[in-house]
Design a protein around this ligand. Structure first.
Ligand code: HEM
Length: 413
């Protein structure tokens, strides 16, 4: 069993074999509000608070005035990652690093295009795309489930929703991969590859937004962002451009990991696969369990805006506070037998999409993609077998899969 002394949540090497749930079993039990001491890896050489219990995370996420997604105290930067992001350039301009009231005004513009009802219009198209992706992987027989199956659909889906030309999506994915991959760099470090990818994205985004502005308004997210007003003013250039980066990264990187980690869980449990294949009415609850199981966004950070007492300790204004959704999703006081994978789990109030005002804007799209993807796989595939270890992205911000070698056996019946 791990001890508190073993834990360094900023040491990315601790995440290369998948999310280190064992640390959080200790934290939930012994240190529900833990002051993570500064280590060689903690950004800015600073410590931060760690919340690991479901109830505490829900309470903090519900109190966005105290736990800000921008900043607090006299901190110079802020945001929702452990490393401080610069004010104005990112914090306060990115939708997910913005507090109400502007956040609510911004988000309200986008909600109508992201409801299950609005998304029904693209479901048939996504199903057709999924069939093509899965058939191409079956034809290969041996493939990389992450590259050949998981990565494509979320990217195509988010390009559709955002109004990004499909022809450009690989350029964007390349950008997102480089930016989100922490191979050979530490949290908060920007190397040349990342700087170049960000510069290319900046130029691409600027040009695309100019084009969107010149076209008549539609319901795609970028059109909305370029044509809408908040308090009678257009959104700033920066807000518009950052929204494009956010939506591509948030929409492509997360869902593909839930596909891959979910598929690995199912491939290890052939009886569950068969049960699901023969009982498709279980698909919605299976999707929720796959989301809980994968918890592909492990944490988000907030900054305390005032001093607050919790578990007999004092969080001070300006302190970083991290909310570990992945840990909440294994909280034994909420989920019976949390380490068992149960496609009929009910209720399943997982926090894979967060909670509160920043609850995932793409949750309905992600749920739809998961439902369609596994439906198509169950229709066409007899089994998926791992032929080597899953290679994870070196990151504590995404439970990311880089490669997942498999053989795919088609259904014969
Ligand atoms: C399985 C897939 C996904 C997971 C696990 C996931 C997870 C999350 C989480 C945990 C948050 C909360 C962030 C916070 O509280 O600071 C969030 C927010 C967000 N997600 Fe997702 N997400 C997924 C898919 C998507 C997709 C497909 C899109 C885009 C179409 C998307 C767009 C966003 C956006 C824009 C926000 C910010 C919302 C706001 O601040 O109001 N996500 N997501």
């Amino acid at each position: 069993m791990a001890t508190l002394d073993d834990i360094d949540l900023a040491d990315l090497d601790q995440f290369t074999a998948g999310f280190p749930y064992r640390f959080f079993d200790v934290l939930r039990q012994d240190a529900p509000l833990w002051w993570h001491p500064p280590t060689a890896h903690t950004p800015g050489g600073e410590g931060f608070w760690v919340l690991s219990r479901y109830a505490d995370i829900v309470a903090a996420a519900a109190d966005a005035e105290t736990f800000s997604s921008e900043t607090g105290g006299d901190r110079a930067g802020g945001g929702t990652t452990l490393e401080d992001m610069p004010m104005e350039f990112a914090v306060g301009a990115l939708l997910n690093m913005m507090d109400d009231p502007r956040h609510a005004q911004f988000r309200r513009l986008l909600t109508p295009s992201t409801t299950p009802r609005a998304l029904r219009a693209i479901e048939d198209d996504l199903r057709r795309r999924t069939i093509d992706i899965v058939d191409a992987a079956i034809a290969k027989g041996e493939c990389d489930f992450l590259i050949d199956v998981s990565a494509e659909l979320p990217l195509q889906a988010v390009a559709e929703l955002a109004g990004v030309p499909q022809a450009d999506r690989h350029e964007l994915m390349n950008w997102a991969n480089v930016t989100l991959d922490y191979e050979s760099r530490e949290v908060g470090e920007i190397n040349d590859r990342v700087a170049q990818a960000q510069a290319r994205m900046f130029t691409y985004g600027t040009e695309l937004l100019v084009r969107k502005r010149s076209e008549p308004p539609t319901t795609d997210l970028l059109s909305i962002v370029t044509h809408s007003l908040i308090n009678d003013e257009p959104l700033s250039e920066n807000e518009q451009r950052l929204f494009l980066s956010l939506i591509i990264a948030a929409g492509s990187e997360t869902t593909r990991n839930s596909f891959a980690i979910g598929m690995a869980a199912l491939s290890e449990r052939p009886q569950t696969w068969e049960r699901l294949r023969d009982n498709r009415d279980l698909l919605p609850s299976a999707v929720e369990e796959l989301l809980r199981w994968a918890s592909s966004t492990p944490y988000n950070r907030r900054t305390a805006t005032r001093d607050i007492e919790m578990h007999g300790q004092r969080i001070k204004a300006g302190d970083k506070v991290s909310l570990w959704w992945a840990s909440a999703n294994r909280d034994e006081t909420v989920f019976t037998d949390p380490y068992s994978f149960d496609i009929e789990r009910n209720p399943n109030p997982h926090l894979a999409f967060g909670r509160g005002v920043h609850f995932c804007l793409g949750a309905s799209l992600a749920r739809m993609e998961m439902r369609v993807m596994f439906d198509v796989l169950l229709d066409r595939v007899a089994s998926v077998t791992l032929t080597g270890p899953i290679e994870y992205v070196r990151s504590n911000k995404h439970s990311g899969v880089r490669h997942m070698p498999v053989t795919i056996q088609p259904r014969e019946d």
